[in-house]
Design a protein around this ligand. Structure first.
Ligand code: FMN
Length: 202
């Protein structure tokens, strides 16, 4: 069931995928700290590091309120994650003594999240991004100021067995694929394949 890349890449990139089956076991602080440390080293415009993370561990005081923010279908499987992490990004940054809009707050938070996901995987833990949640409720219930964008939740856990997962998700519980580079990377403008062998094949 492992993914085959079209061009050589480190297995880290194809091995990361988003299961919905989790064991629910407690996640050690050391795992979370390493994953957040990897996120910390992501690049960002003006090194503003706009990412912020709110964490709830399964069973702690914040867990039920985090889980309740997810769309019902996401709650079903995310209930067995070990941690739920809400990713925020700061809309403003300081440049030359002035506070200005940060045009890349989401882009940079995205870079941090993939660092997080890859480091977690290196430690044997899987992640699953979640965009299906109530953003307005998250803002009010978690007291998130309007100068932060609410980006996404991430579920983190040890991958479980299929038997741990509600049957409605069984068919999708496998690594998926990607469209080819020929439909993604273009020479100068959209539509012209960037690489000679793709132009010849077209
Ligand atoms: C920002 C974001 C939001 C997502 N939202 C959901 C979601 O609400 N529910 C869900 O089951 N999966 C969600 N996913 C998982 C994606 O469907 C998944 O990452 C995508 O199909 C690629 O598969 P892979 O991560 O296994 O490579 C989300 C992923 C991201 C990055």
């Amino acid at each position: 069931m492992s993914r085959i890349s079209d061009h050589p890449v480190d297995a880290l990139f194809t091995d990361r995928w988003s299961p919905r089956s989790f064991t629910g076991e407690p996640v050690p602080d050391a795992v979370l700290q390493s994953a957040f440390e990897a996120a910390r080293w992501a690049p960002s415009a003006s090194n503003a590091q706009p990412w912020r993370f709110l964490v709830a561990r399964n069973g702690d005081a914040a867990w039920d309120s985090f889980l309740a923010l997810l769309m019902p279908k996401n709650q079903i499987w995310a209930a067995r994650a070990s941690a739920l992490i809400l990713i925020l990004s700061a809309l403003k940054l300081e440049r030359g003594g002035a506070v200005v809009d940060n045009g890349s707050h989401s882009f940079d938070a995205g870079a941090a999240w993939t660092n997080f996901a890859h480091q977690a995987l290196l430690l044997g833990w899987h992640t699953h991004g979640i965009g299906g949640f109530d953003r307005a409720a998250a803002r009010t219930r978690l007291g998130i100021p309007y100068d932060y964008e609410i980006e996404a939740f991430v579920a983190l856990g040890r991958k479980g067995e299929l038997a741990d997962l509600d049957p409605q998700f069984h068919a999708a519980e496998a690594p998926n694929s990607r469209r080819p580079l020929s439909e993604t990377v273009f020479a100068g403008s959209l539509g012209t394949p960037a690489f000679a062998q793709e132009r010849n094949a077209a």
